[in-house]
Design a protein around this ligand. Structure first.
Ligand SMILES: Nc1ncnc2c1ncn2[C@@H]1O[C@H](COP(=O)(O)OP(=O)(O)O)[C@@H](O)[C@H]1O
Ligand SMILES: [Mg+2]
Length: 143
């Protein structure tokens, strides 16, 4: 069955947990195992944290989390999560994806690597001044 959730949050740290729990609850009916749900939670937390930490260095902004499942044409149990902001954007996407790369000193620079390894597919769209969209897809293993 097709389902969709759209959640727009102010970019404040406490909303990482709101997004993580909302997507985990959304995904729970799609046949994912407990450990797969944990992986989804990490990936969503990292994506939303990036919008909170990096997208709006000069002030307030919003992040939208869109979760969809069972779209026509796609695998029925597939979860698609998009995390979008309208912030500063990423000038060099390939560099940002390198493990250990961060523009904030003392940050681990592993968020995008975690998203890539915990989800089946990750795509990153971003342009300086226009914002960033991370799109992640995951299918339950046991189906
Ligand atoms: N939503 C975003 N808006 C602006 N820059 C971003 C965003 N997401 C990621 N980045 C850039 O990509 C880099 C790498 O991100 P990530 O792998 O999560 O590491 P970290 O968050 O620890 O820096 C960040 O340091 C930042 O420069
Ligand atoms: Mg990060």
């Amino acid at each position: 069955m097709k389902n969709e959730m759209r959640l727009t949050l102010l970019c404040v740290p406490s909303n990482v947990a709101v997004a993580r729990i909302a997507v985990a609850t959304f995904a729970a009916s799609l046949g994912f195992s407990v450990s797969e749900i944990e992986e989804i939670k990490v990936a969503v937390s990292e994506a939303v944290s990036n919008s909170i930490l990096h997208a709006y260095p000069r002030g307030e902004g919003e992040v939208t989390v869109l979760a969809t499942s069972g779209n026509s044409g796609s695998y029925q149990g597939e979860l698609v999560v998009e995390v979008r902001d309208c912030g500063v954007g990423i000038p060099d996407i390939a560099k940002a994806k390198e493990p250990g790369y961060s523009t904030i000193p003392e940050h681990m620079g592993l968020g995008l690597s975690f998203m890539e390894s915990f989800m089946d597919n990750l795509s990153l769209e971003s342009a300086p001044g226009k914002g960033t969209t991370v799109r992640m897809v995951k299918r339950p293993c046991r189906q």
